[in-house]
Design a binder for this molecule. Structure first.
Ligand SMILES: Nc1ncnc2c1ncn2[C@@H]1O[C@H](COP(=O)(O)OP(=O)(O)OP(=O)(O)O)[C@@H](O)[C@H]1O
Length: 256
């Protein structure tokens, strides 16, 4: 044992390293990674100045880090929200998947049966019936589902179609699907304020973009005006021409 470092210090260092690396994995690939890098650099500089007894610089960074904690909560809102949503979610399986990912364990693989969704949305497109379907991936959709009518019904093509029929009471708003269940209909999704969305798209598409900017969900939009099918992921609208393309993309996106 190195003098001055106890066994407990060693455990503390390992736990700290795991937390740091897990945070890195959570923000990797998002703009937050740059903030994360900046925070680590400032903290390292602060410790260095402190060790070298450069009092003025160390004092300035000390003050900065004092208010930095609150700034971090504001900057990492989305990530903290993601984390708390998963912790607070009622699905044990989903939480287990998230923690497997966090602990760098190989995820358990599986597939969601996309056929009812593909069939229903293609039929809706053919009849030019407007629809908005949000499909949960890793992040729980319970928060958005409770803005609509709770269903928890088995996933079926005919049920999806009948919910979106023009005169059906629940056709307005979004349907939310999680695993093999339609968990809610008539849900209200956050509308994107992005000025990159072409003007031809209205609120239905904006709501799909808004949700996928904030979460990892996949949305399918059927345009009432044109009957066009679109897949929306990470705020991007992808026009779908063929039913098979929708099946292929969805199967890939919903692998877990
Ligand atoms: N925040 C929202 N969350 C869920 N659904 C919404 C939301 N805002 C609008 N919608 C749905 O979108 C419908 C209005 O669609 P709108 O015509 O504005 O969109 P669009 O993108 O142009 O689609 P379309 O091509 O079908 O006309 C509403 O009737 C409602 O069902």
């Amino acid at each position: 044992m190195i003098e001055g470092i106890t066994f407990l210090d060693g455990i503390e260092i390992v736990i700290f390293a795991i937390i740091l690396f897990s945070l890195y994995r959570l923000v990797r690939g998002t703009p937050a990674i740059y903030i994360f890098g900046g925070v680590v650099a400032i903290y390292a500089a602060w410790k260095l100045f402190d060790a070298l007894e450069m009092d003025l610089l160390s004092e300035i960074l000390d003050q900065f880090i004092g208010v930095g904690f609150i700034a971090l909560i504001i900057l990492f809102q989305q990530e903290i929200r993601k984390f708390l949503l998963v912790i607070g979610s009622s699905s044990f399986g989903r939480r287990r998947r998230f923690f497997r990912q966090l602990l760098w364990l190989k995820p358990e693989e599986g597939e969601i049966n996309v056929d009812p969704i593909v069939h229903a949305t293609s039929q809706l497109a053919e009849s030019k019936t407007g629809a908005l379907v949000a499909i949960e991936r890793k992040m729980p959709m319970g928060y958005y589902a409770q803005t609509g009518v709770t269903l928890n019904a088995n996933l079926g093509s005919r049920l999806i179609q009948s919910i979106f029929f023009k005169d059906a009471p629940l056709h307005d708003g979004a349907m939310i699907i999680a695993q093999d269940k339609i968990i809610a209909a008539s849900a209200i999704l956050p509308v994107s304020e992005s000025d990159e969305i072409p003007g031809r798209y209205g609120l239905r598409h904006r709501a799909a973009v808004g949700l996928t900017e904030k979460t990892d969900a996949v949305c399918i939009v059927v345009s009432e005006e044109t009957g066009q099918l679109a897949l929306v992921i990470e705020g991007e609208i992808i026009i779908i021409k063929e039913k098979d393309e929708l099946r292929r993309r969805l199967t890939e996106l919903l692998k877990y």
